[in-house]
Design a protein around this ligand. Sequence first.
Ligand code: PHE
Length: 442
Amino acid sequence: MAREQWGTKLGFMLAAMGSAVGLGNIWRFSFVAGNNGGGAFLLLYLGCVFLIGIPLLLTEVSIGRKAKSDVVGSYQKLAPKTPWFFTGFFGIFSAFLILSFYAVVAGWSLYYFFHYITGDFFQAPGEGGFGAVFGGFISQGWQPLFWTALFMAMVIFIVVSGVKRGIETANKIFMPLLALLLIVLAVFSLSLDGAMEGLKFLFQPDWSAFSKPSIYVQALGELFSLSLGMGALLTYGSYLSDDKKLPGAAIGIGLMDTFFAVISGLVIFPAVFAFSIDPSSGPPLVFITLPTIFEQMPLGGIVGLIFFFALSLAALSSAISILEVPTAYFMRLFNWTRKKSSITVGSIMFFLGIFVSLGFGVWSGVTPIGDRNILDSMDYIASNILLPLGGLSMALFVGWYFRKSTALKAVDLKDDLFGGVWYGIVKFIVPVVILIIFVSSL
Ligand code: PHE
């Protein structure tokens, strides 16, 4: 059977953006930016996107497009009888870890979305506000698992429908819709009295931040939110035909990911500061702080509805790309159909998700790594160890295993200034930089 392909290059780009733009962009990026020098951080991050993110993105996609195979198969094909294919196993392993907790959090988002549809969450039901609502919900046994299962079922449904009919079609709808929803919310948030404070938090440059080493590590660490290192973009790249040129696509994907992160900041921080609330990040920000603000805001019920719809869309489009990594691998390895492979993989991930979910309830005392609960431990292994190793290995593979002419041809660059700069970055700078982030995060 012929390998599946994207219908259009735009379809591929939207799918790759869908992968990159996820929970991380919405609840982490703008908070990290605000706390690390605002506008100064944004400039530094943009520099990192151009200097490291886009070159590495180009590298990852090119491996898949050249080999036309999954994360493991690509290395076996391009470098037979060498251990490079272990890079693929880092990816498969991180896909299992990441999606099993991503689906739990996405399930929470669906739960909130549902309760905004019914209107139940226009005001926090019961005593204790949304802190109590959220704490009470995630610590239950079955309820959160129902929403996680529902989310996984949607992810599996899209992946089962195929690369073009499922993944591409879904992202062609989701990404423009997500952009529209976030822009509407940002305009509304900016119109609130006191929104200026939020803009200052996000954008006012504090140049002195450049003297702190932590800002560089934070900016570099954010790069992995481009979905690099797992093989999601490699796998997506494997469905591209050779006549679709890569450099422009990589720049577009990198820039759009940053755009979505900044727009999310424009949704969240003007509102947070308009209501004089201390910003935080992560789950407490979206599941406690924001609903508390929405309940005091004019039209807040509608804003909440749109926000949790957008959050669920962003999570869904990323989750699809994560499920596709092991799905493609098992399809080839066992000669399974797409349906059998994605249902099997998705079910295993859901099963792992049960542990994650119970980690907020009956197993809240279980802390596998340091004082981290089950979700944070899995996130730690995947984001701090496996993804950096995956990204490092991809850069070394293209920079050192390929000849220069092969590497340049793989990414559609010539041996000119651009090509030379890209090659130097992938060969020398990316490995050094990843090692720095890696060591400093351990
Ligand atoms: N980039 C996604 C986010 O920011 C998560 C993700 C990580 C997706 C790795 C695919 C691979 O939420």
